[in-house]
Design a binder for this molecule. Structure first.
Ligand SMILES: O=C(O)CCC(=O)C(=O)O
Ligand SMILES: [Fe+2]
Length: 463
């Protein structure tokens, strides 16, 4: 073995440390890149280069410059004028605003002095920040579900000595969660941004000779950061303050008034249905078969499932939740091979309480096995004459102190569900729910489809 090679165990240890339980907190700065080429082809309306417009102090005229700055003389002159129209950037020291070029050497233009066609939302930057940072800060912070970015300043750090020494940004409100820096296409050398937190550092080096991309970084407010010296060229940035919002993309599942449901045709029809005395007067379950697939592999994923619903599934979930409080996303297990097996062995259903048709032939209702997770972990089922593949009574083993015991549990109750859009088992997109393992070698599987099921109270209760 090469002694200079690190031991695989040490390498693994580094990975484990990085991924340790609270690793989410280690995500404190993220960044990304947009190629200028992509920029010019992603929108039919807002095509072309990034443009900055401002009122020049020279003659009070409106000026504009495109980035990257085209090679012609006039464009270079406009860019020079932008440099001249920027003011020396200050920074906060205690309560005072200080100008000290040893600490910060940069030009700035306040947001009231310029405008730009650069559009954060168009490039998904805020979406990415929300996705990556909101979840890193999630834990107890219930009201922090999304992020809003507010343009703050244009800054130009020019070579040979543009810089901003180590500092923490002053929060502008208690809702401020971080800062976002977007580096516009302009050739420069040096000027890397270092962001530090908890003894770790992330470096964003956007220096480039050919200014072919927009690069950005976002970080939490409590991170110390610094811009190293720009040795050549001009590093042009837009800075944004990032604020928490109480509403975010994943919140729709719990934010029931987010959508005006009454604008949907089906909502009025559904409301009428559940208010009708002739519809399930003794109560029951109503279900909707999801139109998208939701792969999940553990019960722990359940709390995160509702926020992930897509399209019509989310709209129906909201509607049912609003009308009938007890609504959940579940799986329907396809127990057909158990039923076949049972019939072949001329056995009756093990559970006498299995709901029946009650004499009313409702073509929309079927008896199904429900699971409260969409794709259960492998459940070890021991084949016995009586229970082979019975979804209602899964047998699983627990090994403790080298001793294995077998448990039988009623994990997948059979319920009668009235379907709003058809029994999921008639849809073809069923996902594997769990695998069973018999005494005989061989593996079998149940299949499942995601459904939204609500409990409908009796008519007297829901009146
Ligand atoms: O330009 C950067 O990368 C960071 C600028 C900065 O830290 C600030 O404006 O407060
Ligand atoms: Fe800063």
């Amino acid at each position: 073995m090469d002694n200079n090679q690190p031991d695989a165990f040490d390498l693994l240890q580094v990975v484990s440390t990085a991924l340790r339980r609270h690793a989410s907190k280690d995500v404190f700065a993220i960044g990304g890149k947009i190629d200028v080429e992509t920029l010019q082809t992603t929108s039919s309306v807002n095509q072309g280069p990034i443009v900055i417009r401002w009122d020049s102090r020279k003659g009070g005229q409106g000026r504009k410059v495109s980035l990257p700055v085209p090679g012609d003389e006039m464009s270079s002159r406009d860019f020079q004028q932008l440099l001249m129209d920027c003011q020396p950037a200050t920074f906060g020291k205690g309560n005072a605003e200080v100008l000290d070029e040893e600490y910060r050497k940069a030009g700035k233009m306040d947001v009231t002095e310029f405008c730009t066609n650069f559009n954060l939302a168009r490039h998904g930057i805020v979406d990415t920040v929300t996705q990556a940072l909101v979840h890193s800060a999630f834990e107890e912070e219930v009201e922090r579900n999304g992020v809003r970015a507010e343009l703050y300043k244009l800054n130009i750090y020019s070579g040979p000595s543009g810089k901003f020494k180590s500092h923490v940004d002053t929060p502008r409100s208690e809702n401020q969660m971080g800062s976002l820096v977007v580096c516009l296409p302009s050739p420069h050398q040096g000027g890397a941004l270092a962001v530090r937190h908890g003894g770790q550092e992330v470096l964003f080096d956007w220096s480039s000779k050919d200014s072919d991309s927009i690069q950005w970084a976002a970080f939490f407010s409590d991170c110390e950061h610094e811009v190293f010296e720009v040795t050549d060229g001009h590093r042009v940035t837009l800075t944004y303050n990032l604020y928490w919002t109480s509403y975010g993309p994943s919140l729709m599942a719990t934010h029931l008034s987010a959508l005006n449901q009454s604008s949907f045709h089906f909502y009025a029809a559904l409301e009428k249905l559940v208010k009708s005395p002739s519809f399930l007067p003794n109560g029951g379950h109503i279900g909707f078969t999801c139109t998208h697939g939701y792969p999940h592999s553990s019960p722990a994923a359940i709390p995160h499932l509702n926020p992930m619903l897509k399209g019509l599934d989310m709209i129906v979930y909201q509607a049912l939740k609003r009308l009938l409080h007890h609504t959940g996303v579940l799986a329907v297990l396809d127990g057909s091979h158990y039923e076949q097996w049972r019939d072949d062995h001329e056995m009756t259903d093990s559970d006498d309480s299995t709901p029946s048709d009650n004499g009313t032939a409702d073509p929309h209702a079927t008896n199904v096995y429900l699971s409260d997770f969409l794709c259960a972990p492998i459940v070890w089922e021991r084949y016995t004459e009586e229970t082979s593949l019975d979804p209602e009574s899964v047998t699983h083993s627990v090994t403790r102190d080298n001793e294995t015991t077998w448990h039988r549990e009623r994990v997948f109750p059979k319920e009668r569900v009235t379907w709003l859009n058809g029994d999921p088992r008639s849809f073809k997109e069923l996902a594997v729910a769990f695998m069973t393992y018999g005494n005989e070698p061989g593996i079998d599987a149940y299949y499942s489809a995601a459904v939204i099921v609500s409990c409908l109270p009796t008519y007297d209760q829901r009146k």
